[in-house]
Each structure stands twice: as C-alpha cells, then as structure tokens.
Design a protein around this ligand. Structure first.
Ligand code: NAP
Length: 356
C-alpha cells in the first residue's frame, strides 16, 4: 500500500524496537520521509524493508551507538550532508539498569545511561532545534517517563535521566514560546510498557514488568504521536499512569518511592506478600465481624439484667451466664486482636525487609 508522500521527514532514535518502532510506523503511515537511528542494525534493516514493501518508501538508516559522545554530531552531519531537512526529531533511544545503586549496579553502564538518555538527547536537540528555529517550524518529541516526576528506586540513575528530560523539555519549550516560535517540544511520559526495556535493564522478573499489566507500545506511541502533532507540552500515556502521576504530585516522596520500589520487587515475592496481607486482612475481618455479632447478642440481654429481681434464682442464673458469655467474648476478642496484630506485624516486617 503506497501512502501519499509527505514532504516532511522525521528522524527517530531507538527506532529498531518498542515504542520507537511503533512511532516510526505512525510516521510511515502518514507518509513521512524517515531517518531511522539505532545501534541495532538488523532491527533497522528489517523495519526499513517492511516500510519499503508496505509503503514503497525508502528509509534512511543510520546505525550508531548513542553512548558514543560523537554520535549526535555525526548523525547531524550525515543528514545535513545528504541535504535532508529534519522536520520532526524523536528522541526515543534509552535504557536503564536494575539494582541497588550502592552495591549492585555498574558505574560504566550508568554513565552510558546518562550519555544516551540525557546527553545525546540534549545534543541532538541542540543541533536540530537551531535549524528548526531558523525555519520557524519543527517538532521534537522527547521520551520521558512516568518516573520523570517520581523517585525511581532500583533504577536510580535511569529515573534521574528521565527527570532531566521533563525539566529540560519544559524549560526549552517555555523559551521557545517566549519568542512566539512555531517550533514545539513535547514530552511523552509512558508508564511500564511491554517492550524489551525491562529485559535490557535486567528487570524482566519484577512485578512492574508483568506483560499482563504493562501497556501496549502501539497505544503509547499513538498517545505520543497525537500529542506531538497537537503541539502539547507533555502527555502521560494511559489513564492509570495519569492517576499515578497525579498521586506523585500529591503524596510525600518517601511514600511514592516505597510504592515504586514495591513495583520493582521480584514478582513471586510481591505476590507472596500480597497473599499474606490479604489473608491477614481476611482473618481480621472475619474475627472482628463475628465478635461484633457475639458481643452485640450478649449485650442485648445485659440491659435486662439490672431489672432482674434478686429473689428470682432462674433470672440470676441467666444473668450469670450472660456475664460469663460477655467475659469469654471479650477474651476471644483480645486473642483475635493479638492474632491480627501478630499477622500484621509479620507482613509489616516482611515488607520492611523487602523495602530496606
Ligand atoms: N518500556 C517502558 O516501560 C518505558 C517506560 C517509560 C519510558 N520508556 C522509554 O521509552 C524509550 C524506548 O524504550 P522501549 O521501552 O521502547 O525499549 P526498547 O524496546 O528496548 O527500545 C529501545 C531502543 O533504543 C535502542 N537503544 C538503546 N541504547 C541505544 C544506544 N546506546 N544507541 C542507539 N540506540 C540505542 C535499543 O537498541 P537495542 O535493541 O540494540 O538495545 C532499542 O532499539 C526509552 O527512552 C525508555 O526509557 C520506556
């Protein structure tokens, strides 16, 4: 199927996989000329060949590792040398690393995360934005994240780069608006999405990476594409993530960090804790409900006790039994409270152990 060629060209980094690939599909469908950048040559070749067969358009492929500080300048020079005008820049390439910053993660890899996610993104924006401003036309999409506005334990450096992106994007956008420019910058903020991201980060086993619960990259890309075309400042993909971003603004940081940390727990541990918590809550509810009924039944008979005549032995016996019933109900309630406290304590300790 051939599409009507669009005179415009989009350059997309990280196009070989995941959200970047889905964004490339949307641009291809709308007839954009494409410059596809990634370090995964095979993935780029496959995608370009697919676009050629589907739309009859030839995409330019640039295979570069954006961890190389020279890569952005080389990409810019290659497109300029080929006389290619970049109307839309999509800074999608990015990755993370799972683990405790103090003792588990690798510093060289973390430097590469900062280089790719933040420095290369900033450098490419610098190079292409200048031309866009000179033409007074252009659009830039930055791949932020839900963690752009929240602490990100177990991916501390990755989260910090995403916070950088949100701040950087909003700031430059504000500067552009001040000059009444038609150039726009949009930040796409996805939550956990079903791509290679978690596998690359060594976090495929965590609760938050569950493919059943993560977003469809095509849906995420669509939200980003629409926001970019509408010139919006940012978009949070998915209603649940929108709610999480709102909560991140309202709740204290330590609470948001604890919640993010629990998403980063190994899935089986998280499920076991959830089961224990639900069991404890179930026991507590059943005990409290049952004892409330029992004490109510006993209490219903108690008001009449004060009215019993001392001379009536059967009434006295009844009063005695009612008092005994009330006392044993109280003992049962105390013991139930202790059990619930014990169960709660166990779950709390396990949660604290897991989160510490
Ligand atoms: N998935 C999520 O849950 C999620 C959530 C929020 C934000 N994001 C962001 O979305 C963006 C896209 O990630 P994704 O989820 O689509 O993951 P993905 O499937 O791993 O795609 C990332 C792409 O970027 C490429 N890339 C990584 N490092 C690169 C480098 N040094 N030089 C050139 N290309 C490089 C990867 O190439 P290789 O295949 O060779 O590694 C891959 O093709 C990232 O910025 C990520 O931070 C993802």
């Amino acid at each position: 199927m051939e599409t009507k060629p669009n005179a415009k060209t989009a350059l997309i980094t990280g196009a070989a996989s995941g959200i970047g690939q889905e964004l490339a599909r949307l641009f291809a469908k709308d007839g954009y000329g494409l410059v596809l950048v990634d370090k995964n040559q095979e993935g780029l070749d496959t995608l370009a060949s697919h676009f050629y067969h589907q739309y009859g358009r030839v995409a330019t492929i640039i295979t570069k590792d954006l961890a190389d500080p020279n890569a952005p300048q080389q990409i810019y020079e290659q497109t300029a040398g080929q006389g290619q005008r970049i109307d839309v820049l999509v800074n999608d390439a990015g990755f993370g690393e799972y683990g405790l910053f103090a003792t588990e993660t690798d510093f060289e890899r973390e430097k590469a995360i900062v280089q790719v996610n933040a420095v290369a993104l900033m450098h490419l924006t610098k190079l292409f934005l200048k031309d866009m401003v000179a033409r007074d036309e252009g659009k830039i999409l930055l791949l932020g994240s839900e963690v752009s506005v929240a602490p990100s334990p177990m991916q501390a450096v990755y989260g910090a780069t995403k916070a950088f992106i949100k701040s950087f994007g909003e700031s430059v956008r504000s500067e552009l608006k001040g000059s009444e420019s038609k150039v726009t910058i949009t930040t796409l903020m996805p939550g956990a999405t079903n791509t290679n991201f978690f596998k690359t980060a060594g976090a495929a086993h965590v609760k938050g990476a569950d493919p059943q619960k993560t977003a469809d990259p095509a849906e995420v890309a669509k939200a980003g594409y629409q926001a970019l075309m509408a010139g919006k400042d940012h978009v949070v993909a998915g209603w649940l993530n929108k709610a999480r971003v709102v909560m991140a603004h309202i709740l204290p940081d330590p609470l948001v960090a604890a919640s993010a940390r629990s998403d980063m727990m190994p899935k089986d541990e998280a499920e076991q804790q959830q089961r224990q918590l639900l069991t404890a809550l179930g026991i507590a509810t059943a005990f409290i409900g049952g004892l409330w009924l029992l004490t109510r039944k006993s209490s219903d008979s108690l008001p009449t006790i004060s009215a019993y005549g001392k001379a009536n032995p059967s009434r006295a016996r009844y009063r005695d039994k009612a008092c005994q019933g009330k006392a044993s109900a109280q003992r049962a309630l105390d013991s139930a409270t202790d059990s619930v406290k014990g169960a709660y304590g166990t779950v709390k300790t396990k949660l604290e152990d897991a989160l510490s």
